[in-house]
Design a protein. Structure first.
Length: 542
């Protein structure tokens, strides 16, 4: 087949696909792929046609053939061709997703989990290359990654990535729909924000429903009809819960916004909100000081009516406070590294460092950034400590990490701890924490966190302002490391909220069990009184 014939066959395949003739399109694509093909772009496009057609036709063999072609292409292309690599990883991720969708959810669960994890790794590879990709592809990757995280119960992170997608592509109807679905699952984690979550859920679905053509092209008629049903359902909910229904809800929100216009957050606080680094489930912030709060907390924890129960409450409260304190401190240090401050510059200039002429940087700003990273990583192990205390797993407190808390005697080879095993399939927030841990300790995305943490703590993690000119592997580009710290802080935020969700669902289940067994009188709910720190209160009063 000469080049002109090949181009004509590719065009024929696209035309057939657009006409809905998926079998003929796949046959035309196969004809191109069977030739001595050297054009990587054509190969990738034809492989994509096989995957997409196979998904529609429910033909796994076509999907696998397309995926195999892309895998071979990834092995052959130049490692510096980042744009093509990112596009290959994205298309391959679609192949794994389509195959997983067609498998039997009961009989082939392990295979589905394997495929979804392969899809996740491909999307993470694409995210690591995102700065080399065009806006349209980046938005698709962010949408697919957010939707995939939701399948693993990681709704907080899903929401963050889907809002990132909407920042790039405000009219991305499918991302709106996916984001609203994840928001719906966050209801009741904070009673004060339930109406804002419900309103944002309706708003996103309603906006998506107005983009019918785009929605159907990317997600199909069935998903669009589900979107319309969701809009109808939330409007019926508003009719039941508000005297004036949807219009009353709209008016309440407009009134709230109009009464909160004078207060302006500081630039750092505003950026914190835009970066989605507040510990809150409030989906959209307004110009209200009370919205800029780390207000995620437990409604209550039920404990025994004795001294031991009181002590348990105290230990859990302190454990959770440690987590929030570490997060707030890590976040503060991150922003201190981002902004130019005359005071910080003066304080930093007190200390002289040996100059190596490799553009390696030392000072307060780099120190802030590296310490922020270490604190965020340490916080995740404190989450493990809280799980150990709350679920009463009886691991030695000084030996618990997020990577071992799940297992008998903290040993993966011995299997899941019986308590964890009994809860993890019923408590999606606990499952989310375990899946988040698996990503961190896989050491791939957002970075090899465990190794970097060890380097920062015990070795010689060095940041360079102009990329790495050092022979040491530990030397990292300053801006890239800063992006890694931001992503790790988001994961730390998510882990903290998952803890709250885990407790919320577990307390509901325990209450149901007590009601059924008639033992409710032996315990009492211990409500949490919240305020900012005592030393801060004393300083403020002075």
């Amino acid at each position: 087949m000469n080049s002109q014939e090949m181009i004509q066959n590719v065009m024929d395949a696209y035309k057939l696909y657009e006409e809905g003739k998926y079998r003929e399109a796949s046959q035309s694509a196969c004809k191109v792929l069977s030739s001595n093909l050297t054009d990587n772009t054509v190969l990738l496009n034809c492989s994509g046609i096989l995957i997409d057609s196979g998904g529609i036709l429910k033909d796994i063999s076509l999907i696998r053939k397309g995926a195999e072609q892309i895998q071979a292409l990834l092995q052959s292309i130049d490692s510096s061709d980042y744009a093509l690599k990112g596009l290959c990883e994205y298309n391959l991720s679609n192949g794994y997703c389509e195959e997983a969708t067609l498998l039997d959810k009961q009989r082939e669960k392990e295979k589905i989990d394997e495929l979804l994890n392969k899809q996740k790794q491909c999307l993470q590879n694409s995210l690591l290359l995102s700065k080399h990709l065009d806006v349209d592809l980046r938005s698709r990757i962010l949408n697919n990654y957010g939707r995939l995280l939701s399948r693993f119960g990681r709704e907080v992170e899903a929401i963050d990535y889907l809002y990132d997608c909407l920042n790039l592509a405000p009219k991305h109807a499918v991302a709106m729909c996916n984001c609203s679905s994840s928001l719906q699952k966050m209801v009741n984690l904070s009673q004060k924000h339930n109406y804002r979550i419900a309103y944002e859920f309706w708003h996103l679905m309603h906006e998506a429903s107005k983009l019918q053509d785009e929605f159907i092209i990317f997600a199909g008629t069935e998903m669009y009809e589900n979107c319309l049903n969701s809009v109808k359902g939330i409007e019926e909910y508003f009719a039941l819960t508000h005297s004036s229904g949807l219009e009353g809800i709209k008016n309440d929100f407009l009134s709230f916004e109009s009464h909160h216009t004078s207060w302006v957050p500081s630039p750092e606080l505003k950026q914190m909100g835009q970066d989605r680094l507040l510990l809150t489930v409030n989906p959209r912030l307004s110009k209200c000081v009370d919205h800029y709060r780390d207000d995620v907390c437990f409604e209550s924890i039920v404990s025994a009516l004795n001294e031991e129960g009181e002590q348990r409450f105290q230990r859990l409260a302190n454990a959770f406070n440690h987590i929030k304190e570490d997060f707030a401190t890590a976040r503060y240090l991150y922003y201190q590294s981002c902004y130019v401050s005359e005071e910080i510059n003066q304080l930093s200039s007190v200390t002289y460092y040996i100059q190596t002429n490799n553009y390696e940087d030392f000072g307060l700003k780099t120190g802030f950034l590296k310490t922020s990273f270490r604190l965020a990583a340490d916080l995740l192990d404190k989450c493990a400590g809280f799980i150990n205390l709350y679920l009463e797993l009886d691991h030695p407190e000084d030996q618990v990490t997020l990577n071992n808390v799940w297992y008998v005697k903290r040993d993966r080879r011995k299997g899941l701890h019986s308590i964890v095993n009994s809860l993890i399939s019923k408590n999606p927030f606990l499952f989310a924490l375990k899946d988040l841990n698996s990503d961190l300790y896989r050491g791939h995305y957002p970075a090899p966190v465990r190794d970097l943490r060890n380097d920062a703590t015990h070795k010689r993690l060095v940041l360079s302002l102009y990329g790495s000119f050092s022979e040491y592997d530990e030397t990292l580009d300053y801006d890239e490391f800063k992006e890694t710290v931001l992503l790790l802080l988001r994961m730390a935020k998510a882990a903290t909220i998952y803890l709250v969700g885990m407790v919320h669902l577990n307390e509901e289940k325990n209450q149901e069990d007590r009601n059924n067994s008639g033992t409710d009188g032996q315990v009492a709910p211990l409500s949490f009184q919240v305020d900012f720190g005592l030393s801060d209160q004393l300083s403020f009063s002075e």
